[in-house]
Design a protein around this ligand. Sequence first.
Ligand code: ADP
Ligand code: MG
Length: 255
Amino acid sequence: MSVPAIAVKNLVKTFGGSTVLHGIDLEIEQGQVSCVIGPSGSGKSTLLRCMAFLEESTKGTIAVNGEVLGFAENAKGVRERVPAAVNRQIRSQIGMVFQQFNLWPHMTALGNVSEALKTVHKMSRKDAEERAMAQLVKVGLDGRAGHYPSQLSGGQQQRVAIARALALNPKIMLFDEPTSSLDPELTGEVLNVMRDLAAEGMTMVVVSHEIGFAATVGQQIIFLDHGKVLFTGPPQDVFKRPRNSRLEQFLDTYI
Ligand code: ADP
Ligand code: MG
């Protein structure tokens, strides 16, 4: 068996005095789409942010492709910070897309996608723009390369954000409610881009209330409630026979 894309062990996250994640154990398999569902406030974003090391865990470990990210922990639970350069290298394997697109308003679509390639990866303008354009083609927006975010629909802006993340060549993509701020008629175009990405074999973790997407594209469903994983399994097990009452309640509320 190959090493999991992400292995989360006993992950605890505390903000001030309140514990938001209560010892999460999870494995994200290579090339699979894992969908995280759960009520608002259950800790979905915090879990994703910890996986991307945008948030420091309080306890437990996260390994990305077998390498420990953030903090290593010995058998006695003594934690040691992973060197910053190692964290950066591991972090660079992960791309993230948020509910808010976070595009730079003063840059065109092409500028948004090529910026980090130039500034962080020190690519020449020509090479960066070539790679950025290839990503815009992929999300169906090469015709909008010169448009500013204000000239694009929400769905197009989110596709630019996806192209921007993909341009950095991640091995794993994390999506935190990528369609939640979109009008219903615009969610389809974003979900289709994600569907294509999944079909290409990208490892993806998707927080979403789009149950249809989770059921048809997801290989693993993770149900989070009050900072605990109450269910993991293939979609057919969730939707055909929800045995857990909290999961059943959740599905009743959201479907
Ligand atoms: P979800 O994404 O499932 O809605 P979140 O991960 O955003 O849940 O939040 C889980 C809990 O953690 C909530 O009670 C939220 O208020 C709290 N929380 C999230 N981020 C912070 C923070 N930076 N500081 C304090 N509390 C936070
Ligand atoms: Mg959230």
